[in-house]
Design a protein around this ligand. Structure first.
Ligand code: AHG
Ligand code: MN
Ligand code: MN
Ligand code: MN
Length: 332
């Protein structure tokens, strides 16, 4: 029986990373990531129990982007706010579930943007949901304000998500590649399970809500229709369609299997549906760090967008470089 006796926990991994970055690394980001992992464990615990303690269903309220808030949206948001407040490292927090940004007391030097529960429309059906996060370091002279988050995605210092599926999977980048961790509920630790993850260069899988296709511009309709035809480089087979409807689940599959995910803008949602600060930027940073790519409907790099509002949205295409390159040939 071979017992793994030298497992790498998230805490150990973060300290190893910190030593690589020392002396620049002050340990503050390591402490923040540890507070984040507590939030993921606590949210995972509540999601597992949701049906048992009547936590599914709607909360009867809506958020500033017009989403109906589920009970778990509200609970996930409260858990996250409390974990960030008690970390003493976070000064500014943007949450999908909070109209305005939150400024904490104390001298925290980080701004965190979060989607506490992504995919919540699916949650009552037991489909995987997740928490998405992106982290900025405050500007040197800043005491903490909206200017610390209305910045390009290229300025994020860390990003990732935790998907609450059969296990809790954390995908994390601190700008030096992507590493995947799985929560061992017995140990209560996230264990390194996918070191240095890279996305396949191409894969014949497309992931988009075709229920919106009537409202798409012609070039997007043509691109998607062409994927359905027999492909010369696939021995005459067409692409496969895979769409969960939870961004975290669709991105997790795209990172592991390859392919392309899209939520385009259309005539009914002129900036698309996904929010830049806490959905587009973190997933774009992960994709680029895994060797993939992330662009908007015009083919411009997502991380170069400068948001004007904390809940701004953008059309988004992300996944394998080869698939993004194919999409770019359809631009008008
Ligand atoms: P959230 O649950 O955080 O509001 O996000 C929902 C998003 C995202 O998870 C997913 O990709 C998209 O909504 C699905 O939208 P459609 O149901 O319109 O396809
Ligand atoms: Mn929502
Ligand atoms: Mn979301
Ligand atoms: Mn959400």
């Amino acid at each position: 029986m071979n017992v793994e006796t030298d497992i790498i926990t998230l805490t150990r991994f973060i300290l190893q990373e910190q030593q690589k970055l020392a002396p620049a690394a002050t340990g503050e980001l390591s402490l923040l990531l540890n507070s984040l992992q507590f939030a993921f464990k606590f949210i995972a615990h509540n999601i597992r129990r949701a049906e048992l303690v009547n936590l599914i269903g709607i909360s009867g309220t809506a958020n500033s982007t017009g989403d109906v808030q589920k009970k778990l949206d509200v609970i996930g948001d409260e858990i996250f706010i409390n974990a960030m407040k008690s970390s003493n490292n976070v000064k500014v927090l943007v949450s999908e579930e909070q109209e305005d940004l939150i400024i904490f007391e104390g001298g925290g030097r980080y701004a965190v943007c979060t989607d506490p529960i992504d995919g919540s429309s699916n949650i009552d059906a037991g489909v995987s949901v997740g928490t998405i996060f992106g982290i900025y370091r405050l500007k040197d002279d800043s005491k903490g304000s909206i200017n610390d988050v209305l910045r390009k995605g290229t300025e994020m210092v860390a990003a990732g998500y935790t998907m609450y599926g059969a296990s809790a999977h954390l995908m994390l980048t601190t700008g030096h590649g992507v590493n995947g961790f799985t929560l061992d509920t017995q140990l209560g630790e996230f264990i390194l399970t996918s070191p240095n993850l890279s996305i396949p260069k191409s894969r014949a899988i497309y992931s988009v809500n075709e229920g919106n296709s009537y409202y798409w511009p012609e070039y997007i309709k043509k691109y998607i229709e062409d994927l359905k035809k027999p492909q010369d480089d696939l021995k005459g087979k067409p692409y496969s369609a895979r769409y969960v409807g939870s961004m975290v689940a669709d991105i997790h599959r795209t990172l592991l299997y390859g392919g392309i995910f899209a939520y385009p803008a259309d005539t009914k949602s002129k900036n698309g549906k996904l929010r830049i600060l806490y959905e587009c930027f973190p997933m774009a940073m992960l994709m680029e760090q895994a060797g993939g790519s992330a662009v908007n409907d015009k083919g411009e790099r997502i991380l170069d967008i400068l948001p004007k509002g904390i809940h701004d949205k953008s059309g988004i295409w992300l996944g394998s470089q080869g698939e993004i390159d194919k999409f770019l040939t359809y631009l008008p």
